[in-house]
Design a protein around this ligand. Sequence first.
Ligand SMILES: Nc1ncnc2c1ncn2[C@@H]1O[C@H](COP(=O)(O)OP(=O)(O)O)[C@@H](O)[C@H]1O
Ligand SMILES: [Mg+2]
Length: 392
Amino acid sequence: MFAHLHNLSHHHAWRRQLELLLESTGEGIYGIDLRGRCIFINGAGAEMLGYTPDEVLGRNMHYLIHHSHSDESLMPVHDCRIFRAFQQGEGVKVDDEVLWRRDGSSFPAHYASYPIRNSDAADSPVLGAVVTFSDITERKQTEAALRAAHDLLERRVAERTAELSEANERLRRSHVALQRLSAHLNSVREEERRHIARDIHDDLGASLTALQLDMNWLRPRLASDATLQAKLDSMLELAGTAMGSVRRILNDLRPGLLDHLGLWAALEALLGDFQRRSGLACSYDCAAELEHSRLGRDAEIALYRIVQEVLTNVSRHAQASSVSLQAAAEGRDLRLAVSDDGRGMRLPAQPTSFGLLGMQERARALGGELSIDSAPGAGTTVRLHLRDVLAG
Ligand SMILES: Nc1ncnc2c1ncn2[C@@H]1O[C@H](COP(=O)(O)OP(=O)(O)O)[C@@H](O)[C@H]1O
Ligand SMILES: [Mg+2]
């Protein structure tokens, strides 16, 4: 079976070792002479190809096992990489071709060929080659499965990413819609308040005034009866109290100062009123250049409502002893800050309570930003930054 092994080594002991080595490996190993004929093949190699070693010896290995590509098209011998490398006295390693078995089937193979020379000198003539080969069907299948799994994963990731960005976009759109709805509801609410204020002013206010006039007309005519006069006085007082309540309700519904004297006067009055009612020390510091600037009806009412809510929170939650409001111009931007020296709070990452949310939504609707600065024990400052709202 190793017909020409003595060409490789003449020494008997060496030959025996080589034989053992060849037979112990699972890899296929064969040798070819210069014409490509098999001069030896080990058992594992022959078996992989479906032959006995004797059936292979002397056969041209290219025509026997390497004649066609995997798609069964013929591979001419001058296209064979083993053959070409071997002609140039070089080695080669290939793992993208198939070898053919005796029964006409093929298997993907890894093979490597090493030229055998007469001596170690690089220019000594090539005598033949030793070729090792193995069946890499499993490796190819694993590679294909891996590739398929990888492709599948990539597809899934792409699909998932697309789904996520779609969901994100839907979320963003509904967020924008909610913001618009909130802004719309705010303006509807302000409009309704204006209507109700006008109705109360025109109906209730006018009736109360008429009532007061009538009672005042009656008063001198009851001068003779002290009991009736005392009754009338108490009625007049009641009417006066009712009138005061109506004015306060009207002012809450629609701060008249806002329309007549503008935001800054209305804020100053709001703060003054807050000081009277709460007993806290309030300071109002509005930059001189702002005094005569108007922001437009919607912006002014929104700003006023924000400050109103801030002050309500101070009296409800802060346990503060003083509050200050500062307003400053920065180019065409307006900066407003309301600070208290109360107990502060731990800020939520996202406000969920309606007071803070409402302030933030109102600020956003104006294209501005509202931020809250607070920590337990450190007071609270609410800042509002409105861009491009002042006349340049
Ligand atoms: N100036 C403040 N000082 C301390 N805590 C405050 C202040 N403003 C708000 N908070 C806290 O933030 C919470 C949320 O405020 P807000 O959204 O206006 O809701 P509400 O006033 O209805 O409780 C309050 O319940 C309170 O705990
Ligand atoms: Mg509140």
